[in-house]
Each structure stands twice: as structure tokens, then as C-alpha cells.
Design a protein around this ligand. Structure first.
Ligand code: SF4
Ligand code: SF4
Length: 188
């Protein structure tokens, strides 16, 4: 094989972990993590004794009119798999700030589960150690379908468009046909 031939690693996740830890990203994540924890000191926790906050912040108390606490959606961390890289902590937005962090044991914990944005799973995707799990999407999809069927989504959309008319746009017919086909494929 020529010396400059490109090869793919046998285990891409392992390959990425190595880069993250040894090369570029990890020091930056650590810096961001420390900044986040200094800004929100209540997120420094002892992972063995901390008490999770069992209610959402007021701004996240409802999801399209449904009590957030009635919706089963949020991350769960497998402590045995978590290596404490801190990426999930900084991946989550500061407004939601779902995670806490134990600096002594180097573990992330779910501190504000109900602040998790319904349907988001960014932190799960970011966790290269597969330490984060979420409930099955099917339950959530059913809930979303019920919301659409009840007309709530339509009313919210019309309200949003009436307040932001610049969001309204004319789509060429060809694009509408393509989008309709796409929706049918996704809907199957
Ligand atoms: S859960 Fe994953 S992303 Fe979060 S600190 Fe642990 S290993 Fe890192
Ligand atoms: S899914 Fe999104 S909102 Fe929820 S904890 Fe992860 S990054 Fe934060």
C-alpha cells in the first residue's frame, strides 16, 4: 500500500476518542467545562449524594401546553461508561444546563432532567463513550402526532407566522412537489 494511502480506522469511535483526549478538543472542552462550573457553581456536585431537581425551570414548564413533568424525555447516564470528559455538560445550552459535574470522581450527572428540550438528543450524539441513553423515540412521536391531530400545532404555527410575517415565503411549485414526496417517505 502506498505510504500516503488513506485508510479508515477499524474502530472510528476509538480513533476519535484518541484524538479528543490526546490532541485538540479535550483541553478546550475542559476549559469550557471549568468556565461553565464557575458560572453555575450549583452544578458542581458530589455524584454520590447530589439530589436532582425534579421540576423544570418556569420557562420550560410546558411543552405545547403539556406539563413538562408528564413527558418522559431526558438523558440517562451510565456511570460505569462515563469517563468524565465533560462534553455533554458544555454541549447542553446554558439556558437549559441539564447536567451537573463531579470534579472529584470525574462524572457527569443529570441534574435538571426536566429542563431537557423535548426531542433533543445532542448530548447523546456527542458522547463518544456511549454513556448517554434516552427513552424510545416512539412514545414522543405519538405525542407529537396527537398534538398535530388536535390542531394545537397549526394554531401555534399561525400565531407565530402572524407575529413574524417575514417567515412567510413563496415556494416554487417544483420544491413543494419535492417536499410533499419527502414527507410521504418520512411518514411511512
Ligand atoms: S456522559 Fe459521555 S460526554 Fe458526558 S462526561 Fe461522561 S463520557 Fe463525557
Ligand atoms: S438532549 Fe439537548 S437539551 Fe437535553 S440534555 Fe442533552 S443537550 Fe441538553
Amino acid at each position: 500500500m502506498p505510504e500516503d494511502a488513506m485508510t479508515f480506522p477499524d474502530d472510528p469511535k476509538r480513533f476519535l476518542r484518541t484524538i479528543i483526549i490526546k490532541e485538540k478538543i479535550y483541553p478546550n472542552v475542559k476549559k469550557e467545562l471549568m468556565e461553565r462550573l464557575s458560572k453555575y457553581p450549583d452544578h458542581r456536585v458530589d455524584s454520590r449524594t447530589f439530589k436532582l431537581i425534579n421540576k423544570p425551570s418556569p420557562e420550560f414548564s410546558k411543552w405545547h401546553g403539556i406539563d413538562r413533568t408528564a413527558i418522559r424525555w431526558g438523558p440517562m447516564i451510565d456511570e460505569d461508561k462515563c469517563v468524565g470528559c465533560g462534553l455533554c455538560v458544555v454541549q447542553c445550552s446554558e439556558r437549559r444546563n441539564v447536567f451537573g459535574y463531579d470534579e472529584t470522581r470525574r462524572k457527569s450527572v443529570v441534574l435538571y432532567p426536566y429542563n431537557c428540550m423535548v426531542g433533543c438528543n445532542n448530548c447523546q450524539v456527542a458522547c463518544l463513550w456511549d454513556a448517554i441513553k434516552f427513552p424510545d423515540f416512539s412514545e414522543l412521536k405519538k405525542l407529537a402526532r396527537d398534538l398535530v391531530d388536535s390542531g394545537i400545532v397549526r394554531r401555534e404555527l399561525e400565531d407565530r407566522l402572524s407575529r413574524n410575517p417575514n417567515l412567510l415565503m413563496e415556494l416554487p411549485d417544483s420544491l413543494i412537489v419535492r417536499m410533499t414526496k419527502l414527507v410521504k417517505i418520512v411518514d411511512k
